[in-house]
Design a protein around this ligand. Structure first.
Ligand SMILES: Cc1ncc(COP(=O)(O)O)c(C=O)c1O
Length: 372
């Protein structure tokens, strides 16, 4: 076991790096990387940074991946004071490893932290944590087409105290999980279940924060989607049940034949980084981008009149996936059948993944190098 003290790019934090003595061998890792799926295989190391009310952020460490020891009274187990992020590390053809707009994930984590009364991790610490982990686990970044190393930063209330108040002790962690291509054997358009029984988040709630509670609240609706043969669930606004919000884990976008990209604006949905990037790429192509309230009726009528020609879901995991149909027991909106080569959504997907994997020029300066 080796211990190095590496100076951190940021002012006063000194990183302690302890190598995992039981790290996988090259052969074991190669076997796991053959077909990693999603979220099942983890790398040899993880990052842990402590925070306390008195000491602020301190003791940043890279250590062996393994269980976290928690007091049974740890606040997170009782009051769910927790947030997380999700982004990917991509291997380019020259072997270097890059992340896509990690400053945006850092900023979103800070917004989530403010909503959940957690401390804000400065952007430079966030990005340094990615670099530190990838420095020791670079061999885990797959090099197959569309495969990546999924990075999962998270933070939670560790203080052992049963009173309901913001915790005075919090930890930030970063774990990493190799992920295979989301679609092997071609992209299949999604069938989406429209939930009218459940909502995800309401006005003034936590919908804009990436916090576990929002995902817990989506599980029964997602289960209903599966039971009805759909892969994802779409939520409507909690107040009226009239306007589109988002899917369980992706944003939703409509495209019109007169080159408009329309996506819901709401204070109860997650501000997707994939969505923001697609809005930029579409603007570059001369599309008008409208982020505003979008009713279910507008979608239905637009498809009927031929104005709305494509619908798609977007997020870090699957990038962009066309939507084939939105349905429940009372409604069905079936999108026109468009050949893959004619789908604007798939051409935007090609451009975005091209930038992420270094095949297309990064004209907006979105990529950040994590390892040479
Ligand atoms: C609820 C929800 N909406 C939208 C998104 C898309 O966000 P991003 O593009 O930053 O991954 C995600 C995460 O992927 C999500 O969990």
């Amino acid at each position: 076991m080796t211990i190095n003290l590496l100076p951190m790019a940021t002012q006063d934090l000194l990183w302690q790096v302890t190598r995992n003595p039981a790290a996988k061998t090259d052969a074991e890792r190669a076997e796991l990387l053959k077909d990693p799926g999603f979220g099942k295989v983890f790398t040899d190391h993880m990052v842990d940074i402590c925070w306390s009310e008195k000491g602020g952020w301190h003791r940043p460490r890279v250590q062996a991946y393994g269980p976290i020891s928690l007091d049974p009274a740890a606040a997170v187990l009782h009051y769910a004071q927790e947030i997380f992020e999700g982004l990917k590390a991509y291997r380019h053809a020259d072997g270097s490893v890059w992340s896509f707009r990690p400053d945006q994930n850092a900023a979103r984590m800070q917004r989530s932290a403010r909503r959940l009364a957690l401390p804000e991790l400065p952007t430079e610490y966030f990005i340094e944590s990615l670099k530190q982990l990838v420095a020791v686990d670079a061999a885990w970044v797959p090099n197959q087409d569309e495969a990546s190393l999924y990075l999962r930063p998270f933070m939670f209330a560790k203080e052992a105290f049963l009173g309901v108040r913001p915790a005075a002790k919090v930890n930030y962690y970063l774990i990493a999980s190799p992920a295979g291509a989301y679609f092997s054997g071609g992209i299949t358009p999604l069938e989406i279940w429209l939930s009218t029984k459940f909502t995800r988040a309401g006005h003034g709630g936590m919908g804009q924060a990436k916090t576990g509670g929002n995902y817990a609240s989506s599980l029964v609706a997602q289960a209903e989607a599966y039971e009805n043969g759909c892969q994802q669930v779409l939520f409507l606004d909690a107040e009226e049940g009239t306007y589109l919000e988002e899917l369980g884990g992706m944003n939703v976008v409509l495209l019109t034949r007169d080159k408009k990209l329309i996506t819901p604006d709401s204070d109860s949905i997650l501000e997707g980084i994939t969505l923001a990037s697609i809005m930029q790429l579409a603007t570059d192509r001369g599309y008008t981008v409208e982020q505003r309230r979008v009713s279910l009726a507008e979608w239905r009528d637009g498809v009927e009149s031929g104005d709305i020609v494509e619908a798609f879901a977007c997020g870090t995991a699957a990038v962009i996936t066309p939507i084939a149909v939105l349905r429940n027991n009372d409604i069905e909106i079936r999108m026109p059948d468009v050949a893959d080569v004619d789908r604007v959504s798939l051409s935007l997907r090609e451009e975005l993944t091209g930038i992420q994997y270094g095949r297309v020029a990064d004209r907006h300066g979105w990529l950040v190098k994590l390892s040479a």
